[in-house]
Design a protein around this ligand. Structure first.
Ligand code: HEM
Length: 744
C-alpha cells in the first residue's frame, strides 16, 4: 500500500468513496513536461513578440554582436528569471507549506537523513529545486558571456583575447560583477538544494536565492539615469514579487501530483502569499514603468505598449487568482468533486500566461526606454556623487514638502501596517482585544519610517551631515520606540493559528527565531547596547559611511542596520514581546546611562572635529546654501548629542515605569500568596528569629515558608532576593498575553 493510499484512507475515512478516489487522483500528471513545455513555448513567444515590437534585437549599425547574441541573450535572460523563480518557489514550499515527512510519527535520526520517509511532494519539490538550480546556473553563465559580447559589441569567439576581456568584464565592471554574483548564488543554491533537508537550512537557502534579486535590480535600465534609486528599489521589489508568485505557482505544479489530501490546504496557504505578491508585482511594475516612461503620454511608444500588454496580462492573472479563491479552494474545503481538475486547468493556464508575461518583461528590460538613459554632459557634482541634483535651499517648510520615494521602505511600512491591522482584525473577530494604544503606536511607527526614509530628512540628509544625523537618530531611536510599543510579535503569536501538520508556518517560524541561539545572542542586553552604540564609531570612522552615501545598496543597508539595532536595543529595554532573556531593571538603566554617555561623547567629538568626514563627498557637493561642510558637521555633532538624548530619556522613563509596575505586581503576588498560605512566609521568618534568639540553628533555605531574609512587606528588592536572581533572568511570569510562554 503506497504512502499516498495510506494517507487517503487513514485521513478521510469519513469521506464518500468518490471523494476519496478523487483525492487519490493526482491533480496534475506527475510528468512536469505537461506544463513545462507550454510554459517554455509561451515564454519564447512573449520575448520574441516583445523584441519584435520594440526592435530591441534588430541588427546594429555599429559593433553588432550578431544575431545569436541579440536574440540569444534575452532568451537566456528569461530562462534565468524563470528558473530562479521556480527554484525560489520550490524551496519556499518545502520550508513553509509542505511537510517534510509523510508520517510525522515515524521516528527519525538527525544523523542519517531518511529520504524514504520524506513526503513525496517534498521530495518532488527538492528535486525540482536542484534541477532548476542547475538550469539557473547554466543560464546565468550564458547570460554573462552574451552580455559581455553585447556590451562590447565583439562577436562570440574562443580567442584568448575574448576570454581575457570577458574575465576583465566579470571581475571589474558593474554589470559583469553582478552576473558573476548571480551565477555564484545560483551554483550555491543548487548545491545546497541537493544536500540540505533541514527546514531551517532550506529557509536560509531560499533567502540566499532571493538575494540574487539584488544584483539583478542593480543592472539593466535601473542602473542608468533618472531616479536611479527609485528604479532599482521598485525593480528589486518587482523581482521579489515575481519570484514568490511565479515561483509559487511553479512549485504548486511540481508538488500537486503528490499532495493528495494536502492539496486544498496548501493551495489556501499559498493563495495568501500569492495575493501579497500580486499586489507587490503590480504596484512595483507601475512605479518602475512611471520612472521609465517619464509621462503617461509615452504609453503609446513601443516600450509603453509593452508595459500596457504586461498590465493586461497581470489583470488576467489576477482573474486566475480570484478563480482559485472563489471556486477552487471552497471546492476543496467542501470536498466537492472536480476541485482537482479545475485547479490543474487553472494552474496550467496561469503558468502559460505568466511565462508569456515573463517573456514580455525580459523584452521590456532590453528595449530602449522613452526616458533617455544617457548621463547629461552638464550633470551637477551633486548628481554625479549622489545620483540626484541638489534639493532647493533647506527651509522648515521644505522639510515637509521635499520627498524622494524610497519604495523599499514604503513597501516594508505598508506590509507592516496592513499585516498588523489584519492581526488586530483576527483577534477582534475572535473577541480578543488589542490595546488601542499599541495599534496607534505601531501605525505611527510605520508612518514615521516612511517619513524618515522618503521625506525631507532623507532628501536633505544626503547633502547635509547635520540633517543626516537627525535622520539617523530618528531611524534608530524614534521609529523603533513606536514600533516596539506596538508589540508586533505578541500580536502575531496571538493572531496566527498554530500548524498541526508538521509544516512550519509564520507562527512556527516566529517562535523558532525568537527562541533561537542567534536571537539569544543579539538580544543579550550588553550585545544589543554595543551594537546600538558601537555602530556609530564603526560606521562614521570607516569607509562604510562613504559606501552608504554613494551606493544604493550601501544606503539601504545603513537604513536597515540603524533601524534593527535601534529596535533591538529598545525592545530589550522596554519591549513586552517575548525574548529569550530579560535584563533586570537596574541593568537596563545602567545600559541606558552608558549609551547616553556614549552618545554625548560621540556628539562632542564631532562638535569639536575640524576634519571633514567623507571630504570627497561632502566637500564636492557644491552646495551653495547653508553652513559650510565642516560647520554643518559640527552642528551634526550637536544634533547627535541633543536629539539622541531625548528618546533615550523617554526610554529611561519607560524602564522606570515598568520597574515600578513590576514591583507592584510582585508585591501583589506576594500578598496574594500570603493570603493563600496564611502568611506562612512571615511566620517562618519570625520563627527563624525566635530560633536565633534562642541560640538555635536557622532553617535551611529553599524549603517552603523559610526564606528568612524576606521582610514581612514582601518587596523583592532585598539583598537575599538579589541572590536569587542574576543580571538577566529567563523570561517567566511575563505579561499574561505573552503567547511565547507556550514554548518556554
Ligand atoms: C502591472 C503589471 C506590470 C507592469 C506595469 C510591469 C512593468 C515592468 C517594468 C517597467 C519593468 C522594467 C523593465 C526595464 O528594466 O526597463 C519590468 C521588468 C520585468 N517584469 Fe514586469 N511589470 C508588470 C507585471 C509583471 C508580471 C506579472 C511579470 C511576470 C509574471 C513581470 C515580469 C517582469 C520581468 C521578468 C522583468 C525584467 C526584470 C529585469 O529587467 O531584471 N512583470 N516590468
Amino acid at each position: 500500500m503506497s504512502t499516498q493510499q495510506r494517507q487517503g484512507s487513514g485521513r478521510a475515512s469519513g469521506r464518500a468513496p468518490a471523494a476519496r478516489d478523487a483525492e487519490r487522483t493526482p491533480a496534475l500528471p506527475p510528468n512536469a513536461a505537461f506544463w513545462l513545455a507550454p510554459a517554455a513555448v509561451a515564454a519564447v513567444i512573449g520575448v520574441v513578440a516583445g523584441l519584435q515590437l520594440t526592435g530591441a534585437a534588430a541588427p546594429r549599425a555599429l559593433s553588432d554582436p550578431g544575431a545569436v547574441v541579440r536574440w540569444g541573450l534575452p532568451v537566456a535572460q528569461m530562462t534565468t528569471y524563470l528558473s530562479m523563480a521556480v527554484v525560489i518557489g520550490c524551496l519556499l514550499f518545502a520550508a513553509t507549506l509542505v511537510p517534510a515527512f509523510a508520517d510525522r510519527r515515524r521516528p527519525r535520526s538527525r544523523a542519517v537523513p531518511d529520504r524514504d520517509a520524506e513526503h513525496p511532494a517534498f521530495r518532488r519539490l527538492m528535486t525540482a529545486a536542484a534541477a532548476g538550480g542547475v538550469v539557473w546556473t547554466l543560464a546565468a553563465i550564458v547570460v554573462t558571456v552574451l552580455t559581455y559580447s553585447d556590451v562590447s559589441g565583439s562577436r562570440l569567439s574562443a580567442a584568448p583575447a575574448f576570454t581575457a576581456q570577458l574575465a576583465y568584464f566579470v571581475t571589474t565592471l558593474g554589470t559583469g560583477q553582478a552576473w558573476l554574483t548571480i551565477t555564484v548564488i545560483a551554483a550555491l543554491v543548487s548545491t545546497l538544494a541537493l544536500g540540505v533537508r533541514n527546514i531551517t537550512g532550506l529557509a536560509l537557502t531560499t533567502l540566499l536565492a532571493l538575494g540574487a534579486t539584488i544584483p539583478l535590480s542593480l543592472i539593466g535600465h535601473a542602473a542608468s539615469a533618472g531616479d536611479h534609486e527609485g528604479a532599482t528599489s521598485s525593480l528589486g521589489l518587482h523581482l521579489v514579487g515575481i519570484s514568490l508568485w511565479v515561483g509559487g505557482i511553479g512549485a504548486l505544479a511540481v508538488a500537486a501530483p503528490a499532495l493528495g489530501a494536502l492539496t486544498g490546504v496548501t493551495l489556501r496557504r499559498f493563495s495568501a502569499l500569492a495575493g501579497v505578491a500580486y499586489v507587490l508585482v503590480f504596484a512595483s511594475g507601475v512605479v518602475n514603468a512611471a520612472i521609465r516612461l517619464g509621462d503617461w503620454g509615452a504609453l503609446g511608444s513601443p516600450y509603453g505598449l509593452l508595459v500596457v500588454a504586461k498590465t493586461v496580462a497581470t489583470v488576467v492573472l489576477g482573474v486566475f487568482g480570484f478563480a482559485h479563491r472563489r471556486w477552487v479552494i471552497p471546492r476543496f474545503d467542501s470536498g466537492r468533486l472536480g476541485a482537482r481538475r479545475v485547479m490543474s486547468q487553472l494552474v496550467v493556464g496561469e503558468i502559460v500566461v505568466m511565462a508569456a508575461t515573463m517573456g514580455l518583461g525580459t523584452a521590456l528590460s532590453r528595449s530602449p526606454t522613452p526616458v533617455p538613459e544617457d548621463l547629461t554632459p552638464d550633470a551637477s557634482p551633486a548628481y554625479l556623487l549622489s545620483g540626484y541634483d541638489l534639493p532647493p535651499e533647506l527651509t522648515p517648510g521644505r522639510m515637509l514638502t521635499e520627498w524622494r520615494w524610497d519604495w523599499l521602505w514604503i513597501a516594508v511600512a505598508l506590509l507592516a501596517a496592513v499585516g498588523y491591522l489584519r492581526g488586530v482584525w483576527v483577534l477582534h473577530r475572535r473577541g480578543d482585544a488589542v490595546p488601542v494604544l499599541r495599534t496607534i503606536s505601531w501605525l505611527v511607527g510605520c508612518l514615521a519610517l516612511v517619513y524618515v526614509t522618503s521625506g525631507g530628512l532623507a532628501v536633505y540628509g544626503r547633502v547635509m551631515f547635520s540633517i543626516h544625523m537627525v535622520d539617523h537618530m530618528a531611524l534608530t531611536m524614534v521609529v523603533p520606540l513606536f514600533l516596539v510599543v506596538g508589540a508586533p510579535i505578541t500580536l502575531a503569536l496571538r493572531a496566527l493559528r498554530p500548524r498541526t501538520d508538521g509544516t512550519r508556518g509564520p507562527r512556527e517560524w516566529i517562535l523558532r527565531v525568537v527562541h533561537s541561539r542567534y536571537s539569544a545572542l543579539i538580544t543579550h542586553p550588553v550585545v544589543a547596547a554595543v551594537l546600538f552604540g558601537g555602530s556609530l564609531l564603526v560606521f562614521y570612522y570607516t569607509p562604510l559611511f562613504g559606501f552608504a552615501l554613494t551606493e544604493h545598496v550601501g544606503h539601504e543597508l545603513m537604513n536597515l542596520h540603524f533601524l534593527l539595532t535601534g529596535y533591538l536595543f529598545v525592545l530589550v529595554l522596554i519591549g513586552i514581546d517575548p525574548l529569550p532573556r530579560r535584563p533586570v531593571y537596574p541593568l537596563r538603566l545602567v545600559l541606558l546611562l552608558a549609551t547616553m554617555a556614549f552618545h554625548a561623547f560621540f556628539g562632542v567629538t564631532l562638535m569639536s572635529s575640524t576634519t571633514l568626514l567623507e571630504p570627497d563627498y561632502f566637500g564636492n557637493l557644491g552646495r551653495p546654501w547653508g553652513l559650510s561642510p565642516i560647520a554643518d558637521q559640527q552642528l551634526g555633532g550637536a544634533f547627535a548629542w541633543g536629539i539622541g538624548e531625548i528618546p533615550t530619556l523617554v526610554v529611561a522613563i519607560g524602564v522606570a515605569v515598568m520597574w515600578s509596575r513590576a514591583d507592584t505586581r510582585e508585591s501583589r503576588r506576594r500578598d496574594r500568596a500570603a493570603d493563600r498560605n496564611n502568611e506562612a512566609e512571615l511566620s517562618a521568618y519570625n520563627d527563624m528569629f525566635a530560633r536565633l534568639a534562642e541560640g538555635g540553628a536557622p532553617a535551611q533555605p529553599g524549603r517552603p515558608g523559610d526564606s528568612p531574609t524576606i521582610r514581612p512587606t514582601g518587596g523583592p528588592s532585598t539583598p537575599a532576593a538579589g541572590r536569587a536572581s542574576t543580571a538577566t533572568r529567563p523570561a517567566s511570569g511575563t505579561d499574561p498575553d505573552d503567547p511565547a510562554k507556550e514554548t518556554s
